[in-house]
Design a protein around this ligand. Structure first.
Ligand code: NAP
Ligand code: ZN
Ligand code: ZN
Length: 357
């Protein structure tokens, strides 16, 4: 296999969750490929699950990162969508089979052969993909999106995963209609984007959280209409049967029964959080009231572009704490402790990526 461009990133070598400098080769540019200098990359809780091998699928060394904003530095022949200098984004995946039912309908994230941006397997050469915590990415143009010029680049990075992951099910399930009542469970990276999109759609938004100290900022800064502490049964009971839909973004095991009680009859709960262990969904909570539970994973490329355009029109970005790569291990520990408002974003281009171990 021909050697591609030299890349410098930070990788996990084992399940400790610790990242350190790692030099590697990107694949050779193919027809239709775009080469991207990474500017910013968000730290998603999925990165944490994966580097710590909580889902049992980690392939080390593993460069995480799938919330990338960068600038196009080079395009191969056949590229029509982008040119050098364009500001672009790359999200959770960089390729898919392009022919299955999901791919044909624009739901690429459900392709059985999805190639994750990080910890994935390239469909053509079988190599392991490495993510955005590195200086350069090479991606087929069909899996790259355009970032609106009006948005701050660091605040836009989390839109590429956190943003699309909540936006897609909101649109798919009609939880984007003015006047409807949306519950957002877990006020983290995904959850705070759910609040922002919900308010931009003209909805009433209630945050359901385990962290009472997030109340003030949820209401004052993020614009939520109400805040419930999920561990307070009285508060939960008082809000029973009031919500049209709930997006559950929680990253750990948690009880679902009390959340289902919040739904109106025929209400829709969408699970996007991915705790390693199964959630218990009581049949009685669903059957009484004809309630529905669905899952949702990321979103398609066209949906992602539509989400970015919507964010551009409404001035929506993530609330971010921008850090250098030398802080990433502390950021990982703080994310694990639920100590971030509301997304860490690494300033990759502004970091000294160091020398490989
Ligand atoms: P995050 O920033 O850590 O937010 C998760 C939130 O869940 C926390 O802020 C916290 O909110 C709540 N939480 C944490 N531990 C909890 C517990 N034990 N019980 C109840 N609530 C708890 O994570 P994220 O980046 O938003 O990701 C959230 C989850 O979505 C992860 O599992 C991630 O892998 C998954 N994910 C899925 C997709 C997809 O395509 N479906 C895409 C991206 C991420 P409060 O403090 O408000 O309680
Ligand atoms: Zn993610
Ligand atoms: Zn496919």
């Amino acid at each position: 296999m021909a050697e591609g461009m030299e890349a410098h990133g930070w990788a996990a070598r084992d399940a400790s969750g610790h990242l350190s400098p790692f030099n590697f080769s990107r694949r050779v540019q193919r027809d239709g490929d775009v080469t991207i200098k990474v500017l910013f990359c968000g730290l998603c809780h999925t990165d944490l699950h994966v580097i710590k091998n909580e889902w049992g699928n980690a392939m080390y060394p593993l460069v995480p990162g799938h919330e990338v904003v960068g600038v196009v530095t080079d395009v191969a022949s056949g590229v029509t969508k982008f040119k050098a200098g364009d500001t672009v984004g790359v999200g959770y995946f960089v390729d898919s089979c392009r022919t299955c039912e999901s791919c044909s309908k624009g739901y690429e994230s459900y392709c059985p052969q999805l190639v994750q941006t990080s910890n994935g397997i390239d469909l053509l050469d079988g190599s392991t993909t490495q993510g955005g915590f590195s200086d350069v990415l090479i991606v087929s143009q069909g899996y790259v999106v355009r970032v609106p010029e009006t948005l701050s680049l660091d605040g836009a990075a989390p839109l590429l995963c956190a943003g699309i992951t909540v936006f897609s099910p909101m649109v798919q399930y009609g939880l984007n209609a003015p006047g409807k009542h949306l519950g957002v469970v877990g006020l983290g990276g995904l959850g705070h984007m759910g609040v922002k999109f919900g308010k931009a759609f003209g909805m009433t938004v209630t945050v359901i959280s385990t962290s009472p100290d997030k109340r003030e900022e949820a209401l004052d800064r993020l614009g939520a209409d109400a805040f419930l502490v999920s561990r307070d049964p009285e508060q939960m009971k008082a809000a029973a049967s009031t919500m049209d839909g709930i997006i559950d973004t929680v990253s750990a095991e948690h009880p679902v029964e009390a959340l289902l009680e919040l739904l109106k009859p025929m209400g829709q709960m969408v699970i996007v959080g991915l705790p390693a262990k199964p959630l218990e969904v009581p049949a009685f909570s669903l059957v009484a009231g004809g309630k529905r539970v669905a899952g949702s994973g990321g979103g398609g490329i066209a949906e992602c572009q539509a989400m970015l355009d919507f964010a551009g029109e409404h001035g929506i970005t993530a609330d971010v704490e921008v850090v250098g790569m030398d802080y990433v291990n502390t950021a990982i520990q703080r994310l694990e402790r639920n100590d971030v408002r509301y997304r860490f974003v690494v300033d990759v281009a502004g970091s000294n990526l160091g020398v490989s171990d």
